[in-house]
Design a binder for this molecule. Structure first.
Ligand code: AP5
Ligand code: MG
Length: 190
């Protein structure tokens, strides 16, 4: 069973590429950002808790996101491979994910990390903000999201590097070029 983590800073293309990888390899695309936005849209208990964090570009507390992810993954068919997009985002989340995988007798196959220059990330997100309606797609909140990424999320790289699951991918270029690089990396561990 293939289980992929697509990793990288805000705007690096995790969602764009995650959808394409899910389709090609028959994986469930699990985006924690999308799950959280759905909680907010439908006014659930979790939605009211997480809205303030997302609006400010801060991370939702580990315990909350782990609970949401856990319950989502539990509903997937047994043996369904997954592409995780936007999770894990802290070392604690990484540890939880490995425990969750072990409980399901599953393993992470690879983490692919999309590397994109900072200004390009900002440009992509500010451009998307014109039409996305996302409360965090503006120049000010992007700065905060990038700072949070550097401080809290990047340390998870070492966690996966130590497990020999880490693969850096050039995230610049056209969507198809980047997709080709990602597929080469995934095919090498399949
Ligand atoms: P989340 O929704 O995960 O947002 P993000 O990681 O900040 O990243 P984005 O979704 O903005 O970017 P992406 O990498 O998916 O790129 P995309 O393909 O969209 O998280 C939002 C918030 O939720 C967090 O800040 C946090 O509050 C909370 N949260 C989520 N998960 C959490 C967790 N695990 N723990 C705690 N809190 C959590 O592309 C970006 C844009 O660029 C698009 O417009 C796209 O069309 C365009 N684009 C894509 N590829 C290219 C290309 N090659 N060339 C030009 N443009 C491109
Ligand atoms: Mg995304």
């Amino acid at each position: 069973m293939l289980n992929v983590i697509i990793f990288g800073p805000p705007g690096s293309g995790k969602g764009t590429q995650g959808v394409k990888i899910a389709e090609k390899y028959g994986l469930a695309h699990v985006s924690t950002g999308d799950l959280l936005r759905k909680e907010i849209e439908t006014n659930t208990h979790f939605g009211t808790i997480v809205k303030g964090y997302i609006d400010k570009g801060e991370l939702v507390p580990d315990a909350t996101i782990i609970e949401i992810l856990d319950s989502y993954v539990d509903k997937l068919p047994v043996g369904q491979g997954i592409i995780f997009d936007g999770f894990p985002r802290t070392v604690e989340q990484a540890q939880s994910l490995m425990n969750m995988m072990a409980e399901h007798n599953a393993q992470i196959s690879i983490l692919v990390d999309l590397e994109v220059e900072r200004q390009e990330l900002i440009d992509r997100i500010v451009l998307r903000g014109k039409t996305s309606g996302r409360s965090d797609d503006n120049a000010e909140t992007v700065e905060k999201r990038l700072a949070v990424y550097d401080e809290k999320t990047k340390p998870a790289v070492d966690f996966f590097d130590n497990l020999k699951l880490y693969k850096k991918i050039d995230g610049n270029g056209t969507i198809d070029e980047i997709f080709g690089r990602l597929c080469d990396a995934i095919d090498a561990v399949k």
